[in-house]
Design a protein around this ligand. Sequence first.
Ligand code: HGY
Ligand code: MN
Ligand code: MN
Length: 426
Amino acid sequence: MLQINNNVSGATERLESGIAELSEFRESDRPGWTRDVFSESYRASRQWTADRMRAAGLEVFTDAAGNIVGRLAGRNPNAPVLVTGSHTDTVDGGGRFDGVVGVLGAIEAVQQLRESGQVLTRDLLVVDFLGEESNPYGLSCLGSRAAAGELTPADLDRTDYRGVTLGESFASFGLDPAAAMASHWARSTPLHSYIELHIEQGPTLEQRGLPLGIVTGIAGIERLIATFTGSPDHAGTRPMDDRRDAMVAAAEAVLAIRSEGCGAPNHGVATTTRVESESRSPNVVPSLVRTVSEVRSVDSEWLTGVRGRLAEEILTRAQAHGVDVEFNWSTDNEVVSASTGVQDIAAGAADQLGVPWMPIPSGATHDAVHMATLAPMGMIFVPSKAGKSHCPEEWTDTADIATGVGALVSTLAALDTTDLPPAARN
Ligand code: HGY
Ligand code: MN
Ligand code: MN
């Protein structure tokens, strides 16, 4: 077992300077840290990330889907490779640690492996995946989805609020959409395993006083765009019992979606994140309203039933107001279990380091969902202060990140010498 000193002196400085420097790349006119996919700040940050990988001794290339890949050569170039990484794009008004901890932590892990002087048997790939965050196209994990061969022509035809297709956005970023769609990694590089370091983005680890979480599974996500059509009327003269008010039907749908999430028997959440009315005047009864919602769970049986339950509830309430509803459902990702083999190896590494941990489900989705189709997948979580994430208050102490990096290094070293059964889904 490769022994790494987790109190590597340079780690704290490298991690803190990396987070600070990467945080400089953000949209100046947006709150918090906003570096959304295809934006200029994100484009500029990609060069910084590639340079950071090179400085750690990685051989860097960008694949056709815009994923930045750093390679650390192993002794046996023919052995299936190890992969670790995450993303550096953010949500609108996000924080500095979501995804970034996994990319900079992976680069730091390479630094520590090289400083230890020992060479892995397998090549190690460190990846900054393109566009992990959910976006106006309703499709998260663009780069890892492409790597898994799951980016489809229909995906590229999706349009955003401006009517721009995803394919056009790829092209505006200097990427050939057809080549991105064809960049399935399984065809070129046999993978041994994938392990991702990430902040928990919830309160559990901090509440339990634990420095590490080993992920058991990642929630599936169902997305809904619902369009409510009523009829416009003078807001001052139309009697209350004779209206077809689209906004009222949308409001009742928002509450129905919330109660669906609150009623999940095991694990489930449901959120409406946007309500848009076409009415521009304050004195017209709204006739056209669109809502954007998502429902998540690691309980695939409950999640499968969500569409039917919500469609019935929302339609019944809307019809009571004489309002029509159109449902546009999409599955962002299915529920995915982490590899038990990788979980056991990560747990063994943490135990070996004397670091306490707990098994934990992930309510957040990750590139690991798509990498799980290519190789046995695992994730290591580090605590989020007050469980806050996707906001400027997002914070993880450097000491916790360093502990996560130590566990990542030890897990990679153990994976390097372990044969694993192939991924459940290829
Ligand atoms: O939406 C998510 O769960 C992730 O942060 N993209
Ligand atoms: Mn993330
Ligand atoms: Mn996120």
